[in-house]
Design a protein around this ligand. Structure first.
Ligand SMILES: *Cc1c(COP(=O)(O)O)cnc(C)c1O
Length: 354
C-alpha cells in the first residue's frame, strides 16, 4: 500500500505549522479581539479588515460538489504555481532528490525545482508528443520523488493517454503530478475521480484559464487527504486572499456561464485551425485539447515579428524540444482571431509573391 509519508521530507513530517488566530478559533463568536485586526473597518467600505479563511472552506465545498470529491482531498493555492513549489519542497530534499519532467512542457516545474536546488531529469515526449512511459520507468531511482505530467500539455496542446498515465502511476513509488490546467477545455475525463484508486496521483487545476480568473491567482490540487494535509501544513497561513476566495466561489457557482465561454473558445479554436491550415506559410497545426494552438510555420521568427508590427503578441516556442519553428497562439475573441488571421494572410500573400 502506497504511503506518501514514506516519500516526504522528515523536517516536514516533524513540522509544527504556524497556528493562526482563525485556526485556533472557528466557532460562533461575536467579538473578535484575537487577531490584531482593525475593528473599525477598512477604507472604501470593502470590508477587508478581517483575515480570510486559511483553509478556504466555502470554496472547497463548492469545488467538492463540482468534482464529486471530499473537501479534504482539495488544496487551494496562490495559483497552481504555489502547489508546484510546495510539492517539490515537501517531497524533495535539496541537493539529493530529483523530479522528472517531459519536455516540451510547462516551464514552472523546472524553475521551482531549480529554486529549491532539486535536480531535474528530462524524459522527452515522443515525436508525436506522447508519453514514453517505458523510458520513464527505466530512469526511475529512489531519489525520484515526483513526476510532472501536463495533460492537455502546454505548449503542444494534446492530452496524454490516460491508460499510459495510470500504467505509470501504478508502477512507481513516487508521486505522479498531472497538471490539468487546461482540463476544462478537454472533452475527455479528468483524472480527479481516480484518486481513490491511485493514491500517488496529484491532479493540478487552475482558475486562471477557463474560469477567467488569472489575476485572482487561484490554483487547486486534488489528492489523497494525507498529501493535502502536508500541503496545508507547509503553506503560508493566509495564502489565498479574501478577494480571491470570493471571486473563486462566485465563478465555481456560475459554472454554467464558464462552460458556455469554454464551448465558444473550442469552436473558435477549430475555426482558427481550419483557416490557418489554408495558408502557405503554415506547415502544420497540431491537434489541441486546450485553448491554444501550436502552429509550425516555415519561418516562425518572421511571423512573430510580423504579428508584432500589427500589435499582436503570441508565444515563440521554437526553442523548446521538438518545437522548431513553432508559435503558440492563444484562442482569442472572434475579432482578435480575425485580426490575427488577416495579418498572417497578408504576410502569406507577400511571401508567396517574393
Ligand atoms: C497557465 C498554466 C498554469 C497556471 O498556473 P497558475 O499559477 O494557476 O496561474 C499551470 N500549469 C500550466 C501547464 C499552465 O499552462
Amino acid at each position: 500500500m502506497f504511503d506518501p509519508k514514506t516519500l516526504a521530507r522528515q523536517n516536514i513530517l516533524d513540522l509544527r505549522p504556524y497556528s493562526s488566530a482563525r485556526d485556533e478559533f472557528t466557532g460562533d463568536a461575536e467579538v473578535f479581539l484575537d487577531a490584531n485586526e482593525n475593528a473599525f473597518g477598512s477604507p472604501d467600505e470593502m470590508a477587508l479588515n478581517r483575515y480570510p479563511d486559511p483553509l478556504q472552506r466555502e470554496l472547497k465545498q463548492a469545488l467538492a460538489e463540482r468534482h464529486g470529491i471530499a473537501p479534504g482531498s482539495i488544496f487551494v493555492g496562490n495559483g497552481s504555481d504555489e502547489a508546484i513549489d510546495l510539492l517539490i519542497r515537501i517531497f524533495c530534499t535539496p541537493g539529493r532528490d530529483e523530479i522528472v519532467i517531459c519536455p516540451p512542457t510547462y516551464g514552472m516545474y523546472r524553475v521551482a525545482a531549480d529554486v529549491n536546488d532539486v535536480k531535474v531529469r528530462e524524459i522527452p515526449l515522443t515525436a508525436k508528443f506522447a508519453l514514453d512511459v517505458d523510458l520513464i520507468l527505466e530512469s526511475m531511482r529512489t531519489a525520484t520523488k515526483l513526476i510532472f505530467l501536463c495533460s492537455p500539455n502546454n505548449p503542444t496542446g494534446n492530452a496524454l493517454d490516460t491508460d499510459e498515465i495510470l500504467r505509470l502511476a501504478a508502477s512507481v513509488n513516487a508521486l505522479v503530478v498531472v497538471d490539468e490546467a487546461y482540463g476544462d477545455f478537454y472533452e475527455g475525463k479528468s483524472l480527479i475521480g481516480l484518486i481513490p484508486q491511485y493514491p500517488n496521483l496529484v491532479i493540478l487545476r487552475t482558475l486562471s484559464k477557463a474560469f477567467g480568473l488569472a489575476a485572482a491567482r487561484v490554483g487547486l490540487a486534488f489528492a489523497d487527504p494525507v498529501i493535502i494535509s502536508l500541503l496545508n501544513k507547509a503553506k503560508p497561513p493566509y495564502n489565498v486572499s479574501g478577494l480571491s476566495q470570493q471571486a473563486a466561489i462566485h465563478a465555481v457557482r456560475e459554472i454554467g456561464s464558464v462552460m458556455r465561454t469554454v464551448a465558444q473558445i473550442r469552436t473558435e479554436r477549430e475555426r482558427l485551425r481550419a483557416e490557418l491550415t489554408l495558408l502557405s506559410v503554415v506547415e502544420s497545426v497540431f491537434p489541441s485539447d486546450a485553448n491554444f494552438l501550436l502552429v509550425r510555420f516555415a519561418d516562425a521568427k518572421a511571423v512573430y515579428g510580423e504579428l508584432l508590427t500589427h500589435k499582436i503578441v503570441v508565444r515563440d516556442r521554437s526553442r523548446e524540444h521538438g518545437c522548431h519553428n513553432c508559435l503558440r497562439i492563444t484562442v482569442g475573441t472572434l475579432d482578435e482571431n480575425e485580426r490575427l488571421l488577416e495579418a498572417i494572410r497578408n504576410y502569406s500573400r507577400r511571401t508567396k509573391a517574393e
